[in-house]
Ligand binder design. Structure first.
Ligand SMILES: [Zn+2]
Length: 476
């Protein structure tokens, strides 16, 4: 019996803002010193008044516009009451009835809504599990919550959606959305049913903190539910988590009753009028949206003749995409197509590898696109072999110099010269059988003789070190 999985995602994202959501404390939840970024407002002292962080509202609207969602005309915050030790107020300021964004679409998955709220603090549990400490550096940090419609069918699709969302946030420069740091947190609601009309019992999986885990946990949960229904058991409505060691979802708590959060409009905050350009000019934000990942992929394919996978590789790394375009525009060679294809290859294999090996980020890269294009042009003209490119590239990364300067300094000669040297060497080897025999027999001195003969043939124009290197290779 085949079951139809129905999956929806809830994704929390911390936008990168200067301050917290409702006070002037720094938005720096990773500050090493606990409880350093706190004030009477985010500690919820009586009588304090919150104010709305406009930067966070703008970030949410930018995301909404990028997703093609509808931006609310009027929006307000609500109080969501519940008790938890990491929530000093005893309530969270969130949005319930009028989220900033409704609707939208990403990777064929419909977006239900995106709203803005505040994050909670963190509980740090002692190793002996006898006590816990509270760190409120994160309490009150802005948090966007994106909810999708249950359009997702499997783990892979969920993973791809989450990746595209992360990339979109990065292109928008709204958040780095690093999952390992908890800047983006994914929860999945999963149910399976025999037909499209009836919905199965929903299970929630929380704390999916990497793309791989998103995919693995969802696929495992579908299998678990199929197995249960297959043998006639029932699915229990509950919250599960991912056990990395067991590679399975595990029960965390059952949801025996629905929470009553007693939502009501936050009385300390004004309603937001998003039609007022004096507050936020949404039309201007729309006009200023950057080119988004899918549009860039499409353009890279049509403009540079890249295939789907190549376009995807570049677009996945915004800096690399920018570098590629700048380098290609610097291709000063007759065969621009060959030059740009070499730029792609050197960038995605050699340069990516080098950055990884040396643990440097694109921002700290000393090579500029112009010099990188020169390197590709030299290779496309046949003046550099791919081996030489591999030798020169790390030196360019080290010094920031152009490839010509490095070739001169390092005595790296052109392939054409090397070919000429090789031809002469082969001639010398052919004409001096006895010397070759002696060298192979262990008489190192005959090598000098052969070098001398080669130099003579080249009328002294050759580089002795280079001749020796090629000779040794030919004789080995
Ligand atoms: Zn504060």
């Amino acid at each position: 019996m085949a079951y139809i999985p129905t999956i929806g995602l809830e994704i929390h994202i911390e936008p990168k803002t200067k301050t917290k959501m409702f006070c002037g404390c720094a938005n720096d939840p990773f500050k090493a010193k606990p409880n350093a970024n706190v004030c009477p407002i985010c500690l919820a002292h009586p009588g304090t008044l919150p104010t709305i962080n406009k930067e966070a509202v703008e970030a949410t609207i930018k995301l909404g516009l990028a997703l093609n969602g509808k931006i609310a005309d009027l929006s307000h915050f609500d109080r969501k009451s519940y008790f938890y030790p990491d929530l000093p107020k005893g309530y969270q300021i969130s949005q319930y009835k009028s989220p900033l964004v409704e609707g939208g679409m990403l990777k064929d998955v419909r977006i239900t809504r995106v709203h803005l709220e505040e994050d909670t603090g963190k509980l740090l549990h002692a190793k002996d599990k006898k006590s816990s400490n509270v760190d409120l550096n994160r309490a009150g940090v802005p948090l966007m919550e994106l909810v999708t419609e249950p359009d997702i069918k499997n783990g892979k699709q969920a993973m791809e959606f989450a990746k595209e969302l992360q990339l979109t946030l990065r292109y928008l420069r709204v958040s780095n959305a690093d999952m390992e740091k908890g800047e983006m947190r994914v929860e999945a609601n999963i149910s399976i049913s025999k037909d499209k009309k009836t919905l199965g019992t929903k299970v929630e999986i929380k704390n999916l903190n990497s793309f791989k885990i998103v995919g693995d946990a969802i696929n495992d949960e579908i299998k678990r539910q199929e197995k249960l229904l297959g043998r006639g058991d029932k699915i229990v409505q509950e919250t599960r988590g991912w056990d990395e060691k067991k590679q399975k979802t595990v029960s965390q708590r059952s949801k025996e009753e629905a929470h009553d959060y007693r939502y009501f409009p936050e009385p300390d905050l004004p309603e937001l009028d998003l039609t007022d350009p004096n507050y936020i000019d949404t039309e201007l934000l729309f006009r200023e949206l950057p080119e988004l990942p899918q549009a860039k992929r499409d353009r890279f394919k049509s403009e540079y003749g890249l295939n789907e996978k190549q376009a995807d590789t570049l677009v996945a790394e915004p800096r690399a995409a920018e570098f590629y375009e700048q380098a290609v525009s610097e291709c000063k060679t007759e065969d621009a197509k060959k030059c740009s294809s070499l730029i792609y290859n050197y960038l995605t294999s050699d340069l990516f590898g080098l950055l990884k090996e040396k643990n440097i980020s694109f921002e700290d890269l000393k090579i500029n696109p112009e010099n990188f294009a020169d390197l590709a042009a030299l290779a496309s003209k046949g003046e550099l072999s791919s081996r030489m490119v591999k030798d020169i590239l790390p030196k360019m990364a080290e010094t920031g110099e152009d490839p010509r300067a490095i070739m001169d300094k390092e005595g790296i000669e052109q392939v054409s010269d090397e070919d000429a040297i090789l031809k002469v060497i082969q001639k010398v080897i052919g004409e001096n059988e006895q010397a070759v025999k002696d060298y192979k027999g262990g008489n190192e001195n005959t090598l000098k003789f052969l070098i001398g003969q080669t130099m003579k043939e080249l009328k002294g124009q050759g580089n002795p070190q280079r001749i020796q290197k090629i000779l040794k290779k030919e004789l080995s």
